[in-house]
Design a protein around this ligand. Structure first.
Ligand SMILES: Nc1nc2c(ncn2[C@@H]2O[C@H](COP(=O)(O)OP(=O)(O)OP(=O)(O)O)[C@@H](O)[C@H]2O)c(=O)[nH]1
Ligand SMILES: [Mg+2]
Length: 298
């Protein structure tokens, strides 16, 4: 497909035209997630630039440095059917942040609000229950993991990222699609190979358009349009199966609650083990010093 055909397919895409109709869905929500400063907001600006075909504009506020810029979870409509969500990036995938990431990804919390990294199971549970008051059943969620080639992937980072992607797959029922940013600024081949080994099938790579570099080139446009084409083909395929938006949301909620609960139990256990180890160390220390204590020898 050439650029014009890709653009036409994307702008005209409607869930109503899927094999079994829209089945209660009316929006494709591309949920961008990943670490701080890897180019999520810039990817949104790039997508808007390519799809709207106008001047380069900053829609999603992109930072200058190592990230932490986006703290609200904001929706950016792209076509009548497709919206992008700029989720809050996290520094490490520690347990609290991961629970929160999954609550965001599962679209279980209201959009366009500040994201707080909450502490503990109870807090997530309360917010999910509140989220039910304004529950959304009509978004078809697609997880998009944004990762910078410049950052690279060390062998130590692989298990954490794999875990995150596997859980995103379980949560949404879709293979996460990986977008590699800063593609000319690191070991692209190595990062691609590691992503493939993690079971990722769809990997896209690009240099985001930025305020200092937004020269239109065919290759850059083609990459972004192809990305949307593949995403929508995947959506079309999934929509060819019988779906139930209410049930799917309930399943996502169960997943997040179970995940948060498990993490809480694990944390409690680790805390107890640490306390026991500290008490044991204290007892050992006392035993060691007792024989040389003159009072103890009398
Ligand atoms: N050269 C180049 N710069 C990029 C690319 N993607 C992002 N940047 C720059 O990297 C910085 C961080 O990008 P953001 O888009 O703010 O990253 P983010 O993931 O939204 O970060 P947080 O919201 O802070 O988590 C900005 O200065 C961007 O201009 C890219 O593909 N190539
Ligand atoms: Mg951002």
């Amino acid at each position: 497909m050439d650029i014009a055909q890709l653009r036409e397919y994307i702008t005209n895409f409607s869930l109503d035209n899927c094999a079994l109709g829209n089945q209660g869905y009316n929006r494709v929500l591309l949920q961008l997630f990943g670490y701080l400063g890897h180019g999520k907001s810039s990817f949104i600006n790039s997508c808007k630039y390519v799809l709207e075909d106008g001047e380069f504009r900053i829609y999603a506020d992109a930072g200058h440095s190592d990230g932490g810029k986006t703290t609200r979870r904001i929706t950016y409509p792209l076509t009548d059917t497709i919206s992008l969500v700029d989720n809050r990036g996290c520094a490490t995938m520690n347990s609290y942040e991961t629970g929160e990431i999954f609550a965001q990804l599962g679209n279980l919390l209201p959009l366009d609000q500040e994201v707080v990294w909450d502490r503990g199971y109870q807090s997530i549970m309360h917010r999910l229950v509140e989220g039910d008051m304004d529950a959304n059943y009509s978004d078809f969620v697609v997880p998009i993991f944004v990762y910078s080639v410049k950052h690279g992937i060390t062998d130590e980072e692989v298990p954490e990222i794999k875990d995150l992607l596997d859980n995103a797959r379980k949560l949404t029922g879709l293979d996460p699609i990986v977008v590699l940013t800063f593609k000319t600024q690191g070991d692209l081949t190595g990062v691609r190979a590691k992503s493939r080994n993690m079971g990722i099938e769809h990997i896209f790579q690009l240099e985001n358009f930025t305020p200092s570099d937004h020269l239109r080139t065919r290759a850059r446009h083609q990459e972004i349009l192809t990305f949307f084409y593949e995403v929508l083909k995947d959506v079309e395929f999934r929509m060819g199966l019988k779906r139930n938006p209410q049930r799917e949301r309930a399943e996502r909620k169960k997943f997040v609650l179970e995940f948060a609960h498990e993490r809480e139990m694990k944390r409690e256990m680790e805390k107890k083990e640490q306390e026991m180890a500290a008490r044991q160390a204290e007892r050992d220390r006392e035993r060691l010093i007792r024989p040389i204590n003159p009072c103890a020898q009398q």
